[in-house]
Design a protein around this ligand. Structure first.
Ligand code: SAM
Length: 222
C-alpha cells in the first residue's frame, strides 16, 4: 500500500508542554495510540484521559517498570520496554495504531528522529503523528516551500514483517551518522543469520568509531 491518499498528518513541536497538551486534546476513545518514549509518563497520563487504547513504550527499563507499576490498575493502557528502532517488535505489539506520539528527546539529532519517523511510516498508516524534537522543529519551521514527489514515487511502501523489517531497518541503522545507532545495529545484526548481516558486520569491523569496532570484538571476537 502506498502513502497516497492515506498520507498522515504530522505535527512537530518543541516544548513538552505543547506535546502533552496535544496528548490531552487529540485522541478519541476509539483511537489506538502508540507512544514512543513515554519516560515517567507525563504524556501517557494525558493520553489516558482520552479513553483511547494506549501502548506506551520506552527503551529505558527503569522508566517502563516504574510506569507499569503505577498504571497497573488503569484500564486501556499498557507499558512496554521496547526500543523505537526495533520496529518489528513495535509492530508485534501494536499492529495498526491510528495515532503515534514520538518524543525520544527534544535534543535527539535530526537523523535520529528522522529515522524513527521513517520507520513508523514504513510500518504503519496512522492518521496523525505528533513529534517533539528541536532540530526537526527548526527544519520544518524554516521550510517555506514543500513540493511532494509525484504519487508514483513511493517513498514509504508499507512493509510487513514478512518483508524482514528487522534486517532492512538494521542495515539502515548501521549506516547512521549517529554512533549509538550504529552500536545498536551491530548488537542486533550479530544475532541474525542472514548473509547480508554478516557482510555488513565484516565491513563495520573498519568503522571509524572505536566504540563500534570494540562492540564487535567484544561480542564476536575477531
Ligand atoms: C524527553 S523523554 C520523554 C518525555 C515525555 N514525553 C513526557 O512528557 O514526560 C524521552 C524519552 O525517550 C526515551 N528514548 C530515547 N530513545 C529511545 C528509543 N530509541 N526508543 C524508545 N525510547 C527512547 C528515553 O528513555 C526517555 O525516557
Amino acid at each position: 500500500m502506498s502513502l497516497g491518499a492515506d498520507r498522515p498528518e504530522i505535527l512537530v513541536v518543541s516544548s513538552t508542554a505543547r506535546f502533552r497538551s496535544l496528548a490531552k486534546r487529540i485522541p478519541q476513545p476509539s483511537d489506538t495510540v502508540l507512544e514512543i518514549g513515554c519516560s515517567s509518563g507525563g504524556t501517557t497520563r494525558n493520553l489516558i484521559k482520552s479513553g483511547a487504547r494506549i501502548f506506551a513504550t520506552d527503551n529505558s527499563r527503569t522508566f517502563t517498570d516504574q510506569l507499569r507499576e503505577e498504571l497497573e490498575d488503569t484500564p486501556r493502557v499498557s507499558v512496554h520496554h521496547v526500543d523505537g528502532r526495533n520496529i518489528n517488535e513495535l509492530v508485534r505489539l501494536v499492529a495498526a495504531p491510528n495515532l503515534i506520539f514520538i518524543d525520544i528527546g527534544g535534543d535527539a539529532r535530526l537523523d535520529h528522529i528522522a529515522l524513527q519517523v521513517r520507520f513508523c511510516l514504513l510500518a504503519y498508516r496512522p492518521r496523525l503523528i505528533v513529534v517533539r524534537n528541536f532540530e526537526l522543529a527548526w527544519v520544518t519551521s524554516m521550510t517555506t516551500l514543500s513540493e511532494p514527489p509525484d504519487e508514483h514515487v513511493d517513498c514509504f511502501p508499507l512493509l510487513s514483517e514478512s518483508d524482514d523489517l528487522t534486517l532492512e531497518t538494521l542495515l539502515e541503522l548501521s549506516h547512521s551518522a549517529n554512533v549509538n545507532n550504529r552500536i545498536y545495529a551491530v548488537r542486533k545484526l550479530l544475532g541474525l543469520e542472514a548473509p547480508a548481516a554478516a557482510e555488513r558486520i565484516a565491513a563495520m569491523r573498519h568503522d571509524p568509531e572505536a566504540r563500534v569496532r570494540r562492540t564487535i570484538e567484544r561480542i564476536d571476537g575477531w
